[in-house]
Write a new protein. Sequence first.
Length: 425
Amino acid sequence: MSLSSVGLYLSAVNQTVAYVLEKSTFYKRKYSNLQSLEFKNLPFTEKNELLLDQEQNPPLGSNLCVDPAKLIRIHRTSGSSGRPLFLALSKQDVDTTTEVGRDCFTSAGLTPNDVVFHCLNYCLWIGGYTDHQSLERTGATVIPFGTGNSIHLIESILHLKPTAIHCTPSYLSRLEFLLKNEFAKKPRDLGLAKGLFGGEGGLDNSTFRQSLEEKWGMSVINANYGVSDVLSMIGSECGARVGLHFIAEKYLYPELIDPATLTHMPMAQGAVGELVLTNLKKEAQPLVRFRTRDLIEIVSTDACTCGRTSFRFRVVGRTDDLIVVKGVNFFPSSIVSIVAAFLEAINGEFQVRVGQNRPIETFAILLEARTHLSAASVEATRAAIHHQIHSKLFVNPTIILVPEGSLEKSVDGKTKKVVWEESRE
Ligand SMILES: [Zn+2]
């Protein structure tokens, strides 16, 4: 970020602060006892506060800054981390949201010559209808398919011969299964050239991405990173595919903080911290210093070969999972790339177990070993994984290999990444 853009940002964030102090009962109350209203000293806005506020001030909460007659749309967050939050948008908010969404999809390579099947849920969620509008604004032809009815989707793709699909990466395995069993066809037979993805991690794993590209014969692009509380889409890869560009520079002020100490961190290459966002021009429900809980790594702050100058980042985990061990920050997701080197011996499922004693002195990582493994291989794998984690992440966990399928699963069928055990005292 150049000095001149820092100056522009300061004036823009101060305008946002002035706006919420005039229009938002929520922020008037939140800031009422502060000694200083200097931006860098303002308290963070937490998701829990917004949820509680909306419950106490139904239906849309006390942060609604416009006359309800000015609203043209209401969405809802997915509520995957608890109760859902209702998101209200004015016409101006819809325009800016879809402008940034358009720029994200354009960065990802979508053009007016493309025909794209949009396969995200249209019901309430901001990724359905709003992303549809963003796709349309690129000039591409958009087919509003939504989710479910996958047989009909394959028939429609075979008939209309689109160039692109926008969906979650995990949906591809469902389509592959149906193509094989119901159509006797392979993924490549659909003739798709561009796969635009969002909503899930996984694409940073280059082996996974390459296997998708080979199987489907299309370029696989991470096209859609968003924080729906502030803006539906804010980041996308470009053709260079070296991290997500921060596309929302005109409408969001980004900050990086250490999630353990909540102190400010410089946006420098290699920095890993929690992304904090402030809306610059939102009318209906602007947020100031909102903690996204997304842990990001700054990949580069240099100008990109595509010509964009915004910083590039990748999402490496959620800060809710942060474990501080003897003063070292440890994120369970940080072992994913390490265990990926051992997939001959283990299946990639793992679980971190932490005792209830504070401060945390030690913890265990359980990994599922493949069934064919000999006792000697189990020990060699265990020792090698321990060495890698100790030398790369500066923590010293106990590594335990357990039989395949034995780790506890949550209701959605996923292995619980972190388990906080009862105190053994
Ligand atoms: Zn680029």
